[in-house]
Write a protein that binds this ligand. Structure first.
Ligand code: ACO
Length: 406
């Protein structure tokens, strides 16, 4: 039922819902979650099947366009993304001017917002509100953003380690090219290890979409003002930067490091039960069962360790999980590992510094954001988002000249 249709004492019915915990603000066909059963589907396809059989580029197509692509559609889509991997030299130059120790997420967000100024011809503020009614223009922005994101992300990383930016390699797959740009000195013969590429590909698939999480809701919120998609994506990346959203796997890693040794786990669990600490990477607002993504991430960890060697923190993570899953405190509260419990350990094994973790979340999630943007543009009920508040401030009073104030 639409709330606006309901009346209370002759007025439209309004409800107080902090954090929009119980507010449905749109209809969507993109992803489905059943938190009690631990189910996640993209466009109806179980996440487990996509993680096993698909690629990130194909999943991005599915999310954004609604169906799996035919062979020729996939080829065309892949080519378009490859053609848009390069960023403007001025944007690259601008990135070089960040402080040497700037956070990669700060650089990524600022660059995405700055790129909006490179394309005034498709900015609704300048080109007119109707500009996104043209499907070709919408698609072009999607190719540009998805295509160039790994380049912007890798530039952020390269700045951080004080190295030159690497050029994209057009003959490599999306994930392969990202790893290539991060790592090597543009030696044409260098190829990232296929098992590492596949592991990151699966992590990208798992992180691509999760219905109206904080950042995705924000893309819709910003788009409702009619702002250009670059600014909307930059804003959503800002939401994801927050430790309560994209920063949880970093917090897991810090927790594992703090525990430091298997013998310290019982004391840590005691502290959690005494409410002195949180078991980071456990619990979820929607999943009250094992997060389906966490199961897959745990398997990937071992595939990565075959190449990188075992990350010592994994032993602590596994023991923590074992104890927590057999303890009535966690069972009663339906606290299970979420996607972040093991992903940080994998990123650490791959050699990523912790401040790159939210960047590794942002790259794939942009596919979900763009899917929601496109769906939003075609939604006839896409009113500007404007929640109401419950005013509890002072009643009407007069202005007091400064001489009369105490
Ligand atoms: N460790 C210990 N206890 C917990 C945890 C945890 N991680 N999470 C919830 N609880 C307890 C609460 O204290 C509460 O206990 P009580 O009923 O005795 O008061 C009970 O479990 C229910 O908790 P809520 O806070 O109601 O659960 P909610 O759904 O609101 O919170 C959240 C979900 C925020 C994710 C929480 O579980 C948490 O903080 N987890 C750790 C941080 C984390 O891993 N975040 C990543 C989420 S996944 C993502 O963003 C991609």
């Amino acid at each position: 039922t639409k709330l606006g249709a309901l009346q209370y004492q002759g007025q439209p019915l309004r409800v107080y819902d902090p954090g929009y915990m119980n507010t449905i603000c749109c209809t969507s066909k993109i992803s489905y979650i059943d938190g009690d059963k631990g189910i996640l589907e993209y466009r109806g396809i179980p996440i487990e099947e996509l993680a096993e059989k698909s690629t990130f580029v194909e999943v991005a197509y599915l999310l954004i366009n609604g169906e799996l692509p035919s062979k020729s559609q996939l080829q065309e889509w892949d080519e378009k993304l490859r053609k848009h991997t390069f960023i403007h030299t001025d944007a690259s130059q601008m990135m070089k001017s960040f402080r040497y120790d700037a956070h990669p997420m700060g650089m990524l967000i600022s660059t995405l917002a700055a790129i909006s100024t490179f394309h005034p011809e498709v900015n609704p503020a300048l080109a007119g509100e109707g500009v996104y009614k043209n499907q070709d223009i919408v698609n072009k922005q999607i190719y540009r953003i998805l295509g160039s994101l790994p380049t912007i992300a890798s530039n952020s990383f390269r700045n951080r380690i004080g190295r030159e930016h690497n050029m994209p390699h057009e003959n490599m797959s999306y994930v392969e090219n990202f790893l290539y740009m991060l790592d090597k000195l543009n030696e044409k013969e260098y190829k990232p290890h296929p098992k590492i590429t596949r592991a990151l590909e699966v992590l990208f698939i798992l992180h691509a979409e999760h219905e109206l999480n904080c950042s995705t809701a924000f893309v819709r919120h910003l788009s409702s003002s009619g702002v250009d998609i670059y600014t909307a994506i930059a804003g959503a990346a800002g939401a994801l930067y927050g430790p309560k959203h994209g920063g949880a796997n970093e917090a897991v890693l810090r927790m594992l490091e703090e525990i430091g040794d298997l013998k310290n786990i019982p004391q840590f669990i005691k502290d959690v039960k005494d409410r002195k600490k949180l078991l980071m990477g456990f619990g979820h607002r929607v999943y009250k069962n094992y997060d389906p993504r966490a199961k897959i991430v745990k398997q990937i960890a071992y595939q990565v360790f075959e190449i990188t060697g075992k990350e010592p923190l994994i032993e602590i993570a596994i023991e923590l999980e074992k104890i927590a899953l057999s303890d009535p405190y966690f069972i009663q509260r339906k606290l299970y590992p979420n996607v972040d419990f093991y992903s940080g350990v994998i990123y650490r094994a791959l050699g990523f510094p912790t401040d790159m973790f939210p960047v590794l979340f942002t790259i794939p999630r942009v596919a979900g954001w763009l899917a929601h943007w496109k769906e939003y543009l075609n939604d006839k009920e896409n009113n500007i988002v404007r929640p109401r508040q419950n005013y509890i401030g002072p009643e009407k009073r007069n202005y007091l000249p400064v001489e009369q104030r105490k």
